[in-house]
Write a new protein. Structure first.
Lengths: 116, 692
């Protein structure tokens, strides 16, 4: 096994990952996109704080935690909606979505209060 | 002799613990000048007949000459009231009272009219004050008019009606409707009853009059006391408007008592101490600042000056400060409350006590010599045992004629505070510089503390400075003044003060410079010396500059304390200090606005990325229900979520948490209902698809 082969392996791994991912249902892809969006927003806020300093700290925390919180809720939704997941076979996806919406609303109420 | 003296001293000791020493002065010229200032005409006349009478009576008692404008103003208001047929009994009463002093003439016709209206008032009277004014008016007009035919109809009935207002505790009520009784009303009632007796004494049953004596003694049982031995009457404060105050209440009771005593034949047995206590109460006020209070005081004192109960005699001192050195004599005067002469009596000094000590008396009982010309009782030489300081002298007044004992009351003992001063002898004053180790004198100077001194000394830090002198009182005893200070002042105005201690007569202060080097801030140079010896009893208190001393102190080490900065003007240390301005917390540094806006834009970017990604994935709205009912629910669901997010935006911008929670709970309930309908519809649709 040489370095060339590890590079080839990495390339092959990447391709297989891409093709496998293409097979996932669309609704799961939407959720993944949402998660990516939330993480990006959090990263931009952290970069801003690194540039200007952490005053006011509560606003920074509020912003970052809203992104992180909504990411977590989205991941939970993805787990519950995924048809291949045996654990949540009996849970209708609409019910999971309703939970997702409700929890997001509560999270954002708390975030707005903490924002100041 | 010794045993009786010892017993006497024990008694004095007991009494000296009980009451404080205080002296009361009889009425003097300061009262007269105050009266002239207080009782002035307001635009040519007094405000009311009552005030007219009060002014006239005060001037009469104090012996102030009648001023023509006052008399004419009084006569004007009196004749107005007397001539008018609509005058109330109260107006007539005060007009006649004022007239008894002003002596204006009243026409025959007018006096006849007054008599008839007053008689009508008496028969129609129902309250105590009605009786007081009508009966009092009749008594006055009887003295003033030439027509001596004044007859009080049904005197006994009137007497009983007034007596009906009396209470069992000696107080009186004002009317049958008003249940509250007061001592002030009791005084008025006694005056009224005395008036009835003087108008128709032959018709009245003597037993009625004698029952009044019981009422008087019951009234005097309710007398109140202050710590300095003064007695007064006071009513309970029930109704603020009707409350009279101890001065007017006591004055009213005295007036009633003396009026009653003047018309009865028998004796009213009241202990003389109570009369004396009342006299002290009125004298203890000094000069009142209010015209009404002034009148009450002077009127009551006039009642005390000559009455048939007992006349109090007041002991006063011409000066409470006596100098031993000048050989002042103690001058005591005994007069009535208004300052008139007392009957023949002797004044004895029974004891003298040093203030603050409970030891036995310092003097033996001795009589004071009476000087006929000045009316003073004089003690020419103060006894040897009385030295400078503060004392309490105890006097006793003994009447010479035994019949006077029934007429006058003097009180058992009078305590007077006396302050004795004198020249203090200062002797053997000298200042010396001593060597620290051996104690030998290096240089010594005698001082003349009474005159000028300009001593010039020098010392270094290994030597001592000693200042000493002797103080003795005129009688030769040791004396410790309040202040004995030696002050050293450096050229740079830094001052140090030392207290000169004493043992017996000898006063000495030793400054050991070795120990004082640090206190002096290591400042060498010329120090001015100043001695202060002072006391209240010392007539020759002194503050003298002694001279100066050149002090040679070692150099100050690095960490020595610096002397405090002396202000140029020594009084500026009491001036205003520097102003303190509050330093607010500096606000945090904020980033520049462009940077913040740039990052705001950057934050929007991921959202755009999300939307573009959604489009690329090929999202569609195919699952949106088409039938109208589910469609509205779906729309409402989305609208509901949008409303909640909008509410959150308002929450951040201006609402508070409670308002938001209220609205969000309502929206939440709505959203849950609508959401449930929509999602269950969707679930049913997908289940149908699956089964199909």
């Amino acid at each position: 096994m040489g370095r060339a082969s590890s590079k080839e392996d990495a390339g092959a791994l990447f391709h297989s990952l891409r093709s496998a991912y293409a097979a996932t249902p669309v609704n799961l892809k939407i959720i993944d996109l949402y998660v990516g969006f939330a993480i990006f927003t959090a990263l931009i806020q952290v970069v801003y704080m690194a540039v200007v300093g952490s005053f006011p700290f509560n606003s920074f925390l509020s912003g970052v935690l809203s992104c992180v919180g909504t990411t977590v809720l989205a991941v939970c939704l993805r787990i519950q909606v995924n048809r291949e997941n045996k654990e949540f076979k009996d849970l209708p996806p609409e019910r999971a979505f309703a939970d997702f919406v409700l929890c997001n609303l509560v999270l954002h109420l708390v975030i707005m209060n903490f924002l100041g | 002799m010794a045993r009786s003296l010892a017993g006497f001293l024990v008694l004095l000791l007991v009494i000296s613990i009980c009451e404080a020493a205080s002296l009361f002065q009889p009425i003097s010229d300061s009262h007269r000048s105050a009266a002239l200032e207080l009782f002035t005409l307001d635009h040519g006349s007094f405000k009311s007949l009552e005030e007219t009478y009060e002014a006239l009576r005060t001037f009469q008692i104090l012996g102030i000459e009648k001023k023509p404008d006052v008399t004419s103003a009084a006569c004007r208001s009196i004749s107005e009231t007397v001539g008018s047929s609509s005058s109330t009994p109260k107006d007539l009463f005060y007009a006649l009272k004022a007239n008894s002093i002003a002596q204006c003439k009243i026409h025959e016709k007018a006096s006849k009219g007054i008599i008839s209206s007053l008689n009508a008032a008496v028969s129609g009277a129902s309250s105590l004050l009605d009786f007081y004014y009508s009966v009092g008016g009749l008594v006055l007009i009887k003295d003033q008019s030439s027509n001596a035919d004044i007859h009080l109809a049904d005197a006994e009935g009137v007497f009983r009606s007034v007596k009906a207002f009396s209470q069992s505790d000696g107080r009186w009520r004002y009317s049958s409707n008003n249940p509250e009784s007061s001592a002030f009303a009791a005084g008025i009632a006694l005056e009224t009853l005395a008036g009835i007796v003087s108008l128709a004494s032959s018709e009245l049953d003597q037993s009625l009059i004698s029952t009044l004596r019981n009422d008087v003694s019951k009234l005097f049982d309710s007398i109140e006391k202050y710590d300095d031995g003064t007695l007064y009457f006071d009513d309970k404060l029930v109704d603020g408007r009707e409350y009279q105050g101890p001065l007017s209440t006591t004055s009213s009771v005295l007036r009633g008592l003396t009026a009653f005593a003047a018309v009865t034949t028998g004796n009213i047995n009241l202990p003389g101490d109570k009369i004396l206590g009342l006299a002290k109460f009125f004298l203890g006020i000094g000069v009142p600042g209010d015209a009404k209070d002034f009148f009450y005081q002077i009127d009551a004192l006039a009642c005390l000056e000559s009455n048939r109960v007992s006349i109090p005699l007041i002991l006063s001192l011409s000066s409470a400060v006596i100098s031993v050195t000048k050989k002042d004599s103690l001058k005591v005067r005994v007069t009535t409350v208004l300052g008139s002469n007392a009957p023949p009596l002797t004044v004895k000094l029974v004891g003298a006590f040093s203030s603050g000590s409970k030891d036995a008396s310092l003097v033996e009982s001795q009589e004071l010599k009476f000087d006929q010309g000045s009316g003073l009782h004089i003690l020419n030489d103060l006894p040897e045992s009385i030295d400078v300081g503060s004392y309490t002298f105890v006097f006793e007044v003994v009447l010479q004629e035994p019949e006077d004992e029934k007429v006058y009351v003097t009180g058992s003992q009078t305590k007077a505070p006396i302050f004795v001063t004198g020249l203090i002898k200062i002797e053997n004053s000298e200042i010396a510089v001593l060597d620290s180790d051996l104690g030998s004198v290096e240089s010594q100077n005698k001082l003349d503390l009474a005159g000028k001194n300009a001593v010039s000394l020098s010392a270094n830090h290994l030597q001592k400075l000693r200042l000493s002198f002797q103080l003795s009182t005129p009688r030769g005893r040791a004396f410790k003044p309040h202040q004995t200070f030696l002050k050293l002042r450096h050229e740079s105005k830094v001052e140090h003060i030392f207290v000169v201690g004493n043992s017996g007569k000898k006063f000495e202060v030793v400054l050991n410079f070795l120990g004082l080097v640090e206190k002096f801030y290591y400042l060498s140079g010329k120090y001015d010396m100043e001695l202060t010896v002072g006391d209240a009893a010392m007539e020759n208190s002194l503050l003298v500059a002694i001279g100066h001393i050149e002090l040679d102190l070692p150099e100050a080490p690095e960490k020595a304390p610096r002397p405090p900065l002396q202000p140029v003007d020594p009084y500026s240390r009491y001036g205003p200090k520097a102003e303190i301005t509050h330093i607010f917390r500096a606000p945090e540094k904020r980033p520049p606005q462009e940077l913040s806006l740039a990052f705001l834009g950057l934050t929007i970017l991921p959202l755009l990325g999300f939307l573009i990604g959604l489009l690329r994935l090929g999202v569609n709205m195919k699952n949106f229900p088409t039938k109208p009912v589910p469609a509205t629910f779906a729309i409402l669901f989305h609208v509901g979520i949008g409303a909640v997010l909008l509410l959150y935006m308002f929450f951040w911008l201006k609402l508070d948490l409670f308002q938001t929670l209220k609205v969000v709970s309502l929206l939440g309930v709505f959203l849950v209902f609508v959401g449930h309908r929509t999602l269950s519809h969707l679930a049913a649709a997908s289940a149908k698809l699956k089964s199909a």
